[in-house]
Design a protein around this ligand. Sequence first.
Ligand code: SF4
Ligand code: SF4
Ligand code: SF4
Length: 272
Amino acid sequence: MRKYLPSIVLCIFFEFIAVLLWRIKGNSFYFLNFSYIGCSISIGSFLYIKKYKHARRVVQLLVGMYMLVYLGLICKENMQIEGFWYYLFMGAFEAATIHYVIAKIFGPLLFGRGWCGYACWTAMVLDFLPYKIPRHPRRRIGWIRYITFLGSLLFVAALFVMKVNDLETILFWAFVVGNGLYYTVGVILAFLFEDNRAFCKYICPITIFLKPMSYFALFRVECDESKCISCGKCKTVCPMDVDMTDDSRRRKNGTECILCMECVKICPKKAL
Ligand code: SF4
Ligand code: SF4
Ligand code: SF4
């Protein structure tokens, strides 16, 4: 039963959020939304425990498609970073602000960058590309993410300063165009750098929220050094260039790991 504990904890966590927001906001959408996400994640972790090799991809598709197609395109909620700035400037704790607070700002204290491994609709597509394992060492161009972060903030701030009408329509189209751009740049970079996750490593502005809290995450991969035989296999499968064998509390280990569990699966000594 102990092995199912992560699935149960995650399910309870999301159900707690679902009920809490439903009661606070008086809106059953929050109950259905977070129950669905919690169930999808629990199903994925259950499938992982059952050793189904595509467990992570199942969760990515269940959550990613729901957020991209249903919330984004059908309900016209901008769940991108621009939507977060929009609701923040409005002083409203709604849709994107709730999503960011739970998935990307405080949630990482519990599940680190699990969002990046299991729920992000950008990575959902990028992970289909052929370079699952990077073919070259990481480049020192991670500073680009600060430019995209600032760009998104200035874009929404400018809309407010200029008192533009019909902000919601503009934000819907910003969501459509922004995602188109993310996918285009993500795919080009993946082929250019031979690394599916190049966009995540260098461009994505959301990592500025995700990384600091992930450092303190409760769920993390740790190495039992008494079992490790230093075979190095775990390092050869990591999409994020993390070396879990040295010290899982190092900054890179804590803030880059997306909990994909590829290293855990390949370890011959079950040291991770
Ligand atoms: S780094 Fe950004 S694009 Fe990559 S998975 Fe995380 S949120 Fe998605
Ligand atoms: S392979 Fe291991 S260290 Fe690398 S991202 Fe996946 S879980 Fe984290
Ligand atoms: S795969 Fe396992 S045994 Fe090999 S280096 Fe990694 S943690 Fe150690």
